[in-house]
Design a protein around this ligand. Sequence first.
Ligand SMILES: [Zn+2]
Length: 201
Amino acid sequence: MFRDLPALQKIIRQLQKVPYLASKNVYRVALYFLQEKNSDIELLFDSILDAKKVIKNCSTCFNLTENNNTCSICSQNIRDKSVICVVETWYDLNAIERAGGFNGVYHVLGGALCPLEGISADDLNIESLFKRIDNNVSEIIFATNSTPEGEATASYISSKVEQLNLNVKISRLASGVPIGSSLEYMDRVTIYKALSGRRPF
Ligand SMILES: [Zn+2]
């Protein structure tokens, strides 16, 4: 397609590398860029490059943080550092924060175990979680998604935590989280209820 427009093909090829961009939208986005003012396109790409320079992962929980090693949640004194809520992604962390009512801290795994896609424990922020767990930690709450991958990840980590032989309570979000669903897309009330009615894992 568009063999007479190699420059356009080049944009399309780059856009096709962007995940989450539906393939039918790639052409629309390419045309949008072609019609936009150069200054607006520069603003867009500069903002991405600038953000990449200043946004990084919190050295403790792997939440996103700007210009600091510690994120805004870990650096709050009022947060209960003895309760760690384990989530798959930054989106899930934000879903729980939006729901409100959780005063502990988080650990963002960066995904879930998925042998079929070659995602093993080494690819996730799991080792760093074990390093955080000491006698000062009273509870680990698994808020991984209720997908087979999310459940397998919670099982794997909890069995390892048990082997640490510390007095740590391990819990899981209460039922009410629809099977196969992502926290990211759930409403605040459901998340709040699931968190307050959590059960032993
Ligand atoms: Zn943090």
